[in-house]
Design a binder for this molecule. Structure first.
Ligand code: NDP
Ligand code: MG
Length: 384
């Protein structure tokens, strides 16, 4: 039996992870579950899985959490510091599934335990970059990618030497607007943006998929996880989302990982690694699917991948700045304060303001993130 902590248990990745745990109750003992605003779901999950502790990020909700857990014997805590404390509790495996840079400090705390971290929270790695990868190396932590593309690449690289890699190709669905005329994008609504054609996900990553900033963030994520160099990383649009990414070797062999568009597949791969576990997902029926298609990304319509590549090449604080601006802009779009095309424009504008010096520690990454958020809010003339 392995002990398991889930940071972001109340979200979409958290739910998929716990669905697998529910089907394998004998294999896992739950240590900590965290949420941010959803007290009722967090308390219900903590009771169902007999967690040691439930932690709510929004400290103001701690009294509600305490009330919801009364008589259960489950400990409770609240606030950003409590998330970090929860991540420090010994657990064989931590699933890092908080959305955004808010997950960075708890994810780093889990990494510093030197065990296994299954990473969904791509913004944390994009922002912290070398600060996180150095901590992984220093503490001997096993970092397993949960993001479907990176999990696919991880599987395609198994047993191979990255020195033989010619290309790593990230596949992208192209999102809900991949066939929209460019002039219509400015009028896209939040409801349209979160309606992803293939995947069911949280609101923020759904908007990122619509702008293709998700693929931009994933490009940077891949650059950190798989050291093949920026010139060996490519993106291809594959609308069916059946091939989750590919690795081509110098002998001309291409290995691809295929599967249904269900995050339980990559999550199961990380939960069971290096073994395998069953999932309830429908088997892949390629005869019914019939056709897999591919096309080059359209960076005129969706400039986010170009911006991310430029941020990778710029290095230093660029990725953290871009990520922070994107988080502010996506939140403003979802709350109806800005238009769809202003999201990536905001990232470009904040990057053009000039970059702070490269962050060398967690505290410096958080400071860079904070400063870029202020710039983004000023640039978008947001009230808060
Ligand atoms: P959701 O929005 O569904 O869930 C986010 C989780 O983070 C919730 O538990 C939420 O708590 C918590 N949270 C939100 N804000 C804070 C905060 N300020 N402090 C602490 N916790 C917070 O997101 P997803 O599950 O879709 O995504 C999670 C991460 O996984 C993201 O980084 C995303 O990019 C990545 N990912 C997701 C995929 C997917 O299919 N969903 C695929 C690949 C990667 P609460 O709900 O209680 O407010
Ligand atoms: Mg992905």
């Amino acid at each position: 039996m392995r002990s398991l902590t889930i940071l972001g248990a109340t979200g979409s990745i958290g739910a998929s992870t716990l669905d697998l745990v529910r089907r394998n109750r004998d294999a896992f003992r739950v240590v900590a579950l965290t949420g941010h605003s959803n007290v009722a779901v967090l308390a219900a999950l903590a009771r169902e899985f007999a967690a040691e502790i439930a932690v709510i990020g929004d400290e103001a909700l701690l009294p509600d959490l305490r009330a919801a857990l009364a008589g259960s014997g489950i400990a409770s805590a609240g606030g950003a510091g409590a998330l970090i404390e929860a991540a420090r509790r010994p657990a064989d495996l931590t699933v890092a599934a908080i959305v955004g840079c808010a997950g960075l400090a708890p994810t780093m705390a889990a990494i510093e335990q030197g065990r296994t971290v299954a990473l969904a929270n791509k913004e944390a790695l994009v922002s912290a970059g070398g600060v996180m990868t150095r901590a992984v190396a220093q503490h001997g932590t096993t970092l397993l990618p949960v993001d479907s593309e990176h999990n696919a690449i991880f599987q395609c690289l198994a047993g191979n030497d990255v020195a033989h890699v010619r290309w790593i190709t990230l596949t992208a669905s192209g999102g809900p607007f991949r066939d929209w005329p460019i002039e219509r994008l400015a009028h896209a609504t939040p409801a349209e943006a979160v309606r992803h054609p293939n995947w069911s996900m949280g609101a923020k990553i759904s908007v990122d998929s619509a702008t293709m900033m998700n693929k931009g963030l994933e490009f940077i994520e891949a650059w950190h996880l798989f050291p093949v160099g920026v010139e060996r990383l490519r993106i291809i649009v594959h609308p069916q989302s059946i091939i989750h990414s590919m690795v081509e070797y110098r002998d001309g062999t291409t290995l691809a990982q295929l599967g249904p568009s269900d995050m339980r597949v990559p999550i199961a791969s990380a939960l069971a690694w290096p073994a395998r576990m069953a999932t309830p997902c429908e088997p892949l029926d390629l005869a019914t699917i019939g056709t897999l298609t591919f096309r080059a990304p359209d960076e005129e319509r969706f400039p986010a991948t170009r911006l991310a590549r430029e941020a990778t090449l710029a290095g230093g604080a660029a990725a953290a700045v871009m990520n922070a601006a994107n988080e502010v802009a996506v939140a403003a779009f979802l709350s109806g304060q800005i238009g769809f095309t202003q999201i990536v424009q905001c990232c470009e504008d904040v990057l053009a303001c000039g970059l702070p010096s490269p962050p060398q520690s967690l505290e410096e990454v958080i400071a860079v993130d904070h400063e870029a958020r202020v710039r983004a809010r000023e640039g978008l003339e947001l009230v808060i």
